[in-house]
Design a protein. Structure first.
Length: 331
């Protein structure tokens, strides 16, 4: 049985124009769960990871607003809280869809800690925006009171930034593998995992954000999965995205995709980390990766849509800039 690691974005639960209510997130989770149930019906084992950007931002805001009445939570605890929150929404949706499909597959969320290095250069260069936007006066007050690093987000205000270090080790890896080998659908590495460091032989949470796609690529490699599948808000990775010359990438080798990345086609705050993560997985594990939308997971795995990344020596791999005709879907 082949195994897929599916990484869904936090924005796939809160879509453009939505407020992020639990009802909205549950409805979106249900749609993703229906696609996952179809993949399981087709014979795949699934490991599910997810982002938590909007949710952790909301958790931080609640913590800040309620600090006058109850103690506030640091970022690592907010990460843990949102792992449970999103895991609950996904578990309930998956349990419903799997039962509806007659598939006796248990689902569990594993609260996941991911080790980062204290001497990672990123720890000294905070770049990841989190939380709400502030006026300049509000931002300066928080910089003074909390010691936050603050940057201006063009035309929208000021935001806190935190480090985004590389994931080094997934502490619950053996547990995840144990459950997967016994037929459990595992939800893990939520939000990239809770960032922790070893400090004098003791684990300690840190104020940082691990990129969800990088952590997912690491987990995919450690579990030796057959396919790394990233769900985002577009059907394909595009060249010249949102420009008149926009063009979807149907199939690409790592060499081609790296050249596109070096040419600046994939912004660091959007598609860049996803492309980088599939490149890591494909080149390291000599296996395939796909990037597509949540609505098209099954069609992408079947070869009808999505951007597929394969090795140069693969029989279906293409040279730089080439495309392929996707199969015609029957029915």
């Amino acid at each position: 049985m082949k195994t897929i690691l599916l990484a869904v974005g936090g924005n796939s639960l809160i879509r453009a124009g939505e407020k992020g209510t639990i009802a909205e997130q549950m409805a979106n989770a249900q749609r993703t769960a229906a696609e996952i149930a179809k993949l399981i019906r087709d014979g795949y084992r699934i490991v599910l990871t997810h982002g938590n950007g909007p949710q952790v931002g909301a958790a931080l805001l609640r913590s800040e607003r309620g600090a006058s009445q109850v103690p506030g939570h640091p970022l690592d605890v907010c990460d843990a809280s949102t792992q449970g929150e999103i895991g609950y929404l996904l578990q309930q949706s998956l349990d419903t869809e799997l039962r509806r499909a007659g598939l006796p597959v248990p689902v569990v969320t594993v609260l996941t800690q991911v080790v980062v290095a204290q001497d990672d250069p990123a720890m000294q260069r905070p770049t990841k925006p989190i939380g709400p936007f502030y006026s300049h006066a509000e931002a300066e007050e928080r910089r003074s009171r909390f010691g936050w690093e603050i940057v201006e987000d063009a035309a929208r205000g000021w935001r806190r930034v935190v480090p985004s270090p590389e994931p080094v080790e997934i502490l619950e890896l053996d547990v995840i593998r144990y459950l997967l080998d016994r037929g459990v659908l595992v939800i893990a590495c939520g939000g990239g995992g809770i960032p922790v460091v070893w400090n004098n032989g003791r684990l300690q949470g840190v104020e940082a954000v691990i990129d969800k796609d990088r952590a997912s690529a690491l987990l995919a490699s450690r579990l030796d999965v057959d396919l790394f599948l990233i769900s985002t808000d577009t059907d394909y990775v595009y060249l010249n995205y949102k420009k008149p010359t926009q063009e979807p990438i149907l199939l690409a080798s790592p060499t081609a995709l790296r050249e596109y990345a070096d040419a600046g086609h994939f912004p660091p705050g959007n598609m860049g980390p996803k492309v980088e993560s599939v490149l890591r997985f494909v080149t390291r594990e000599k296996r395939e990766a796909i990037i597509t939308s949540a609505e098209n997971l099954c069609r992408a795995v079947a070869g009808f849509t999505g951007t597929r990344v394969v090795l140069e020596e693969s029989p279906i791999a293409l040279d730089v800039g080439e495309q392929m005709e996707l199969p015609v879907e029957s029915g």
